[in-house]
Design a binder for this molecule. Structure first.
Ligand code: PEP
Ligand code: MG
Length: 320
């Protein structure tokens, strides 16, 4: 099982590696759009992505295309006010509408792929049609770069984030058109439980261990594996050491998280055996409420490694 880091800046690669990251499972690319008044140029984006690829020195990076809109705003872009921004023009929808901006970003990602193990990942895909549209733009950009004699990885892997319930329902169909899946639980929980992820009044209803969420994770893993593609998770849940045995048991192939969470998650993984956690996941899927799953997990985990979960997180220098 690969443990990766979620980062937003090229400068974070060093910290991620110090904390034991084997990859960057999620490179959020909003920063350059949010931090300045004008849109970043292809050269700016390219320099940024290339730096990440080079600093990773052969380790993979999943560069997520722009996920603007919803709760993420940019001063360089005019977004019309929406009554329901979480259900509005965000992420891949925005990019498919503003194709000039999308192409610029794809060109930069592709050019950076000549300098390391770069993969591209589309956020908020809701169905096959949308994925095919995004792939078509990518292919056009690849052709354009080839015609211009620009170097890029012709075998660039294309992944999608699974964060909309409709994508879970058609995960088997999406798997035919993607090289990997990465489950974005922050949004998947928001959309499946109808809980605004930034609304404090309903925060107590935001339940990663809700049986609906666990079933969806299982469904996505099964669909991905049936099609022979790996399934990752890069939402906050992946960095929760208490959830990790369950995620392992559900069959995830890699987890990507805040770099600071990596040491503890690795400790838990070292103590776990996939077979044992498979049995645990099967039992967890049998409960009817998040509270029951949580109680069950607490009991199972405290019996095995309460000391690990209670202990101070080791600093990188103390890690073996
Ligand atoms: C997610 O939705 O789980 C995710 C990782 O993406 P973001 O938090 O950037 O929306
Ligand atoms: Mg998301």
């Amino acid at each position: 099982l690969e443990v990766g880091a979620n980062i937003e800046l090229a400068e974070e690669v060093a910290t991620a590696l110090t904390y034991g990251a084997e990859a960057v499972g999620l490179f959020r690319t909003e920063f350059l759009y949010i931090s300045q008044k004008t849109l970043p140029t292809e050269e700016e984006l390219f320099a940024n992505f290339k730096a990440v690829a080079q600093r990773l020195d052969g380790r993979p990076v999943n560069i997520r295309t722009l996920d603007i809109g919803g709760d993420k705003f940019a001063s360089s872009m005019e977004l019309a006010p929406e009554i329901n921004p979480a259900l509005g023009l965000r992420a891949i929808r925005y990019c498919l509408k503003e194709q000039g901006l999308f192409r610029t970003q794809l060109r930069a990602i592709l050019r950076a792929s000549a300098y390391g193990k770069v993969r591209v990942m589309f956020p908020l895909i809701s169905g096959v049609g949308e994925l095919l549209q995004a792939r078509a733009v990518l292919e056009q950009v690849q052709q354009e770069l080839a015609d211009q004699g620009q170097a890029f990885d012709p075998k660039l892997k294309v992944g999608i984030m699974i964060e909309v319930p409709s994508a879970v329902a058609v995960a088997d169909l999406l798997a035919c058109h993607a090289d990997f899946f990465s489950i974005g639980t922050n949004d998947l929980i928001q959309y499946s439980l109808a809980i605004d992820r930034v609304n404090e009044y309903v925060a107590h209803l935001y339940q990663p261990l809700h049986p609906a969420v666990l079933r969806m994770i299982r469904q996505v893993v099964d669909a991905g594996h049936a099609a022979g593609i790996p399934v990752a998770m890069c939402g906050e849940m992946a960095g929760d050491a208490r959830a990790v045995p369950l995620l392992l048991g559900l069959g995830l192939d890699s987890l990507s998280m805040n770099p600071l969470a990596i040491p503890r998650v690795k400790q838990v993984l070292r103590l776990a055996s996939a077979k044992e956690w498979g049995r645990l996941a099967k039992s967890a899927l049998g409960f009817a409420t998040a509270a029951e799953v949580s109680r069950f997990m607490e009991k199972e985990l405290s019996a095995r490694f309460s000391d690990v979960l209670a202990a101070r997180v080791p600093l990188p220098a103390e890690m073996g």
